[in-house]
Design a protein around this ligand. Structure first.
Ligand SMILES: Nc1nc2c(ncn2[C@@H]2O[C@H](COP(=O)(O)OP(=O)(O)OP(=O)(O)O)[C@@H](O)[C@H]2O)c(=O)[nH]1
Ligand SMILES: [Zn+2]
Length: 338
């Protein structure tokens, strides 16, 4: 008991120190903004946050003669927290420094729990979640379903991407295509590629054009290989951003926005690659199985768990073959892990 109280007091002290530090940083920032705004700032224009460093952000100009140029920006006080992908109104200053004036509305948000377990946005305006899986490691339907639930929950279109198509052979061909058939039948877009052999990569590029994407998926499926193939010559490892903090060895896990040469954008960070494996509620899971939609709310009991209740509309649909047994099993598996 004593030990627990002590650790709580300690953590309170740490919180307090962090708060004071943040407050000092914010004060420094607002002085800087005042100085900049007292000087010579250019006209207001739109931009997009491409990386985030504590109290400052990097913004790429979207229009006018500065389009495509990147500015380190200070934030005017009272702005909401900005994340990579946010569209903003800003004013350019001298030597690549600017000031963010306002945040524009977000079309979507990807959220992840922070160190205290609170959900925080980590990327804004993503409109395509590329769910990467591979011929090897052998894909688990239930993991794919988890990612799909997360995508549906975020209201962002998913693309199922089977990588390592070069490893599809007589041993795994039938099982893989059975798996793919389930998702094709549900209407999810699907693509088969090989990052190693370049198979299907042109089609993938075409799908990414015009979208702001993230790549998610289990370790070892080839996300890095795919991203490296799509962004030739770009070092996507976050260490490359560290000079921006002025400390060479300090690596940051900030999400960063990249442009694909063939069109479209990518937001990437180790944290984002794990998106989808966080807590969701029972309702989120139900809503994430899109084929359940026709039956939800039609069970005899309002609080039906679709387990063995009489008059369960989902069980009836399963019986009638309108819901695949594999998806029902997956749904139950995900629920059991909540
Ligand atoms: N045969 C084959 N191997 C591939 C292909 N794409 C990637 N690999 C290999 O798969 C392994 C894992 O690839 P990564 O790109 O590191 O996978 P990742 O998803 O980024 O993995 P994490 O960084 O752990 O999340 C590496 O040995 C790659 O060379 C492919 O299309 N075919
Ligand atoms: Zn039911």
């Amino acid at each position: 008991m004593a030990k627990r109280q002590l650790s709580r007091r300690q953590s309170w002290r740490i919180d307090k120190i962090q708060e004071e530090r943040a407050a000092r940083a914010a004060k420094r920032e607002s002085r800087l903004v005042d100085e900049l705004e007292g000087g010579d700032l250019g006209p207001e224009q739109t931009g997009q946050v491409i990386a985030h460093f504590g109290v400052q952000v990097e913004v790429e100009a979207c229009d006018g003669e500065l389009a495509g140029q990147v500015f380190r920006c200070h934030l005017r006080a009272n702005l909401p927290t900005l994340v990579t992908g946010d569209r903003v109104v800003w004013r350019p200053g001298n030597q690549g420094i600017g000031v963010i004036v306002a945040q524009l509305p977000r079309l979507s948000e990807l959220c992840r729990p922070d160190a205290r377990g609170q959900l925080k946005p980590v990327a804004a305006n993503v409109d395509l979640i590329v769910i990467v899986f591979a011929a090897l490691p052998e894909p688990h339907a239930n993991l794919l379903d988890r990612y799909l639930v997360a995508a549906e929950h975020a209201g962002i279109r998913p693309l199922l991407l089977l990588n390592k198509a070069d490893l599809v052979g007589p041993d795994n061909n039938a099982a893989l295509h059975e798996l793919l058939a389930v998702y094709r039948e549900l209407g999810y877009p699907l693509l088969e590629v090989s990052a190693r052999q370049g198979l299907g990569m042109q089609e993938l590029k075409a799908r990414l054009d015009g979208h702001m994407s993230v790549f998610v998926g289990q370790s070892g499926v080839g996300k890095s290989s795919l991203v490296n193939a799509l962004l030739p010559g770009v070092d996507t490892r976050v260490g490359a951003l560290s000079e921006a903090t002025g400390k060479g060895t300090h690596t940051t896990t900030t999400a960063r926005l990249f442009h694909f040469p063939g069109g479209g954008e990518l937001i990437d960070s180790p944290g984002i690659r794990e998106f989808g494996l966080v807590h969701v509620s029972r309702d989120d899971v139900e809503a994430g199985f899109i084929e359940f939609g026709d039956y939800l709310g039609r069970c005899r009991f309002r609080d039906c768990k679709h387990d063995r209740e009489p008059g369960c509309a989902l069980l009836a649909a399963l019986e009638a073959g309108h819901i695949r047994p594999q998806r029902m099993a997956s749904y139950r598996h995900i629920l059991s892990g909540l």
